[in-house]
Write a protein that binds this ligand. Structure first.
Ligand code: PMP
Length: 362
């Protein structure tokens, strides 16, 4: 009886498009070599950890954060290359920024457009906010299908276009001139959000182009740089536009511990940069070693993960699990990713463990 009541309550109040969604699934990974979520395997050196602990001990956890976040925003601008005069909007991870963009743009009938396969939160967040999502398939070589993108933009006139640079789950950088053409084609009928979550591994960015395009937003995160656990994303763009997005931001969305930790670590950002450089070097070695395995092909990557095609991704995934190695099986996600695995680049030791287990599975 009770259950029936609850079910009818849910049917009465929850939007049908939410009811039909399945929850974002995150695998439980305790005890595994974790190569499924593009994390940085390195932590801070011991000395910095001690200093950070002291900083955090002094944080006033009884107080709300200072709502302007002026110090943190200035540190982000100075250390992470936001052009002068362009404001920073902060999110609890870039996931929250995506959600803020969706909420702010959710006029009846408005659409969000992105290439697919792409980062799944663009589509999920759009649907949460009641926006229609239009996915435009990549070309067979996983490059941007520029003609299809331009046609879809002309047809749908999207309020928001996402271009991840580099793209997840494919790892490649789209052609910069293609992207510039798309930004121009969208014009003042929509914003183009260039998502640079993997920028530390790409060393290419649209951030310096912000002064050139009123409809360009550049979004980043500290997650892949080595701070995934503190949940901090940021975006920048024209002041007027950022002002609008900031209105839908929950007032104290960045907690005092995240704020203090980020302010501290950004003073030592060279440590994280050096870790990213190490991972870029490991990426090249791992890609070469994987490509040498029978039946394995590796897609070019400018990110801290590799998309690889194996003879049977289901089987390889299961075999890796037996070896306590967790990667992401992309085989069912999209036709273009048939038999593909997405593998985070990690330490030499973890990469070697992956190579051993994968070659045993083939
Ligand atoms: N954008 C892209 C392209 C991503 O791959 C991810 C994380 N997988 C995110 C955004 C979200 O990052 P976070 O919420 O940790 O900042």
């Amino acid at each position: 009886r009770r259950m029936e009541h609850i079910l009818s309550l849910i049917e009465n109040i929850i939007r049908p498009e939410v009811r039909s969604l399945s929850a974002y699934h995150v695998a439980d990974s305790s005890g595994f070599v974790k190569l499924d979520a593009m994390e940085n395997p390195y932590t801070l050196p011991e000395g910095l950890k001690q200093q950070l602990a002291q900083r955090l001990a002094d944080v006033a956890m009884n107080r709300y954060p200072v709502p302007s976040y002026a110090v943190l925003k200035q540190a982000i601008s100075d250390k992470l290359g936001v052009p002068a005069g362009f404001p920073v909007v902060l999110g609890n991870g870039s996931d929250e920024l995506i959600s803020m963009i969706s909420v702010a743009c959710a006029k009846p009938g408005a659409k969000v457009l992105a290439p697919v396969p792409g980062f799944v939160m663009y589509a999920m967040s759009a649907r949460f906010a009641g926006l229609e999502f239009v996915g435009v398939p990549l070309a067979a070589d996983l490059s941007l299908d520029k003609a299809a993108m331009l046609a879809a933009i002309a047809q749908h006139s999207p309020a928001v276009v996402y271009l991840a640079y580099p793209n997840n789950p494919t790892g490649n950088l789209f052609d910069k001139d293609d992207m510039l053409e798309i930004i121009a084609a969208v014009g003042n009928s929509g914003v183009v959000v260039v998502d640079e979550a993997y920028q530390p591994f790409a060393q290419a960015s649209f951030m310096p182009l912000l002064p050139k395009f009123d409809n360009l937003v550049v979004m980043r995160t500290v997650s892949k740089l080595g701070l995934a656990g503190i949940r901090l994303g940021y975006m920048s763009g024209s002041a007027a536009l950022m002002g609008e997005f900031d209105k839908v931001r929950p007032p104290y969305n960045i907690n005092v511990l995240t704020q203090a930790a980020a302010e501290f670590v950004l003073q030592h950002v060279d440590v994280l940069d050096a870790q990213a450089a190490q991972l870029r070097e490991q990426r090249g070695k791992l890609a070469a070693a994987l490509a040498a395995l029978p039946g394995v092909s590796v897609f070019p990557s400018a990110a801290n993960f590799l998309l690889v095609r194996v003879p049977n991704s289901e089987q390889a995934f299961a075999k890796l699990l037996e070896h306590k190695i967790l990667v992401k099986n992309m085989g069912k996600m999209h036709a273009l990713l048939e038999n593909c695995l997405r593998i985070t680049v990690s330490t030499p030791e973890e990469n070697a463990a992956l190579l051993d287990a994968l070659s045993a599975s083939l």
